[in-house]
Ligand binder design. Structure first.
Ligand SMILES: Nc1ncnc2c1ncn2[C@@H]1O[C@H](COP(=O)(O)OP(=O)(O)OP(=O)(O)O)[C@@H](O)[C@H]1O
Ligand SMILES: [Mg+2]
Length: 324
């Protein structure tokens, strides 16, 4: 099968300026996304995993051009969108969708579910009233919510899981080519997380949407993606197919993340986990060279120099001087 690239991300940077001091203080930069490069194929699902504050949301929002990149390039379907002004991005808004963490915060409370789903169709002048009704009903069926029961309800009448399915329906109703799902199930009850992910995955495959699923929970990625990207302090430190990452985690940070997954086997209940102590570094003044160096059990002096991204086996990339 020939793979077609949908999105090229080249040396992407997003720095946030912050001023310290009240009067004319010096400006510092939070380097939330720092020289990240990868391609996303058409129809491909990628999980982006990393600790809180590692820059996952910033990467997602920069890709969607909700932020203007500080540097690097974003090429979508062959078009350079890196510096397009908001007015010239209307077509891109149609081609992309975002599902956020908090479904309640993301919905206008005084709109019915029907109105919430019809809105993007009206804004984009799609169909007449009858055609729009058909599209809204179809999309509700896709997320397994019976239209006759849900169209006239308001957001507060729905459970978190139901509402997140509406958020998914709204994000995909224009059949975008790219969807970013930013921790879509982390606020939901554990019992419905896998259901919502499975529904999302089925739609993603059916509509062949390229998807980035952002999560801090490695254990849910196997339900979702073909590839896993591991993010640490503004860098993607490892990326490979899901199978490859699960079988051969190679960056010491990825290995630490695996150690941190709770092990349900009662035999291992008292086994101590060797998670490297410490906190992720400040993104204002990150450590020189490898950013994981201060927590890394195998770091040497060499790690004070920026590690290269090495392809240790086909399509398995690791940003480390000593891939394991
Ligand atoms: N609008 C902003 N202005 C200034 N700094 C920001 C802004 N948005 C994010 N940051 C900073 O950028 C860094 C990365 O934040 P980001 O929200 O991307 O992390 P994350 O990986 O999504 O974390 P979480 O798992 O907690 O959602 C953090 O240090 C954060 O404080
Ligand atoms: Mg986030």
């Amino acid at each position: 099968m020939i793979k077609m690239i949908l999105l090229e991300v080249k040396d992407l940077k997003k720095y946030f300026p912050i001023k310290k001091g009240i009067f004319g203080g010096k400006t510092y930069y939070v380097r939330a996304v720092d020289e990240i490069s990868f391609d996303l194929d058409k129809g491909e699902a990628v999980s982006l995993v990393g600790e809180s504050g590692s820059g996952k949301t910033t990467l997602g929002k920069t890709i969607l051009r909700l932020y203007r990149p500080t540097g690097g390039k974003l090429i979508f379907d062959g078009k350079d969108i890196t510096n397009l002004a908001p007015k010239k991005l209307k077509w891109y808004r149609r081609e992309t969708g975002l599902v956020q963490q908090d479904p309640f915060g993301a919905m206008p409370p005084h709109f019915t579910i029907y109105r919430i789903l019809e809105e993007p169709l009206i804004v984009n002048k799609i169909g007449d009233k009858e055609e729009r009704r058909e599209i809204v009903h179809k999309i509700l069926e896709e997320v397994q919510l019976p239209p006759e029961e849900f169209t006239f309800k308001y957001p507060h009448m729905l459970s978190g899981g139901q509402l997140q399915r509406i958020a998914i329906a709204r994000a995909i109703i224009l059949e975008p080519k790219l969807v970013i799902a930013d921790e879509p199930v982390s606020m939901l009850d554990a019992s419905v997380r896998v259901d919502v992910l499975n529904i999302f995955r089925r739609i993603q495959e059916k509509y062949k949407m390229s998807t980035v699923y952002i999560t801090h929970d490695l254990s849910t990625t196997r339900y979702f993606s073909e590839k896993i990207f591991i993010m640490y302090a503004g860098h993607v430190v490892e990326r490979a197919s899901t199978q490859e990452i699960l079988n051969h985690p190679s960056h010491p940070y990825t290995q630490a993340l695996f150690e941190a997954i709770p092990n349900p086997d009662p035999k291992n209940r008292f086994k101590l986990r060797e998670v490297p102590p410490g906190e992720p570094p400040s993104l204002i003044n990150p450590p020189k060279g490898c950013r994981f160096r201060p927590r890394c059990p195998i770091a040497t002096e060499k790690c004070e120099r920026e590690p290269p991204e090495v392809e240790i086996s086909p399509n398995h990339f690791v940003k480390c001087w000593y891939p394991q």
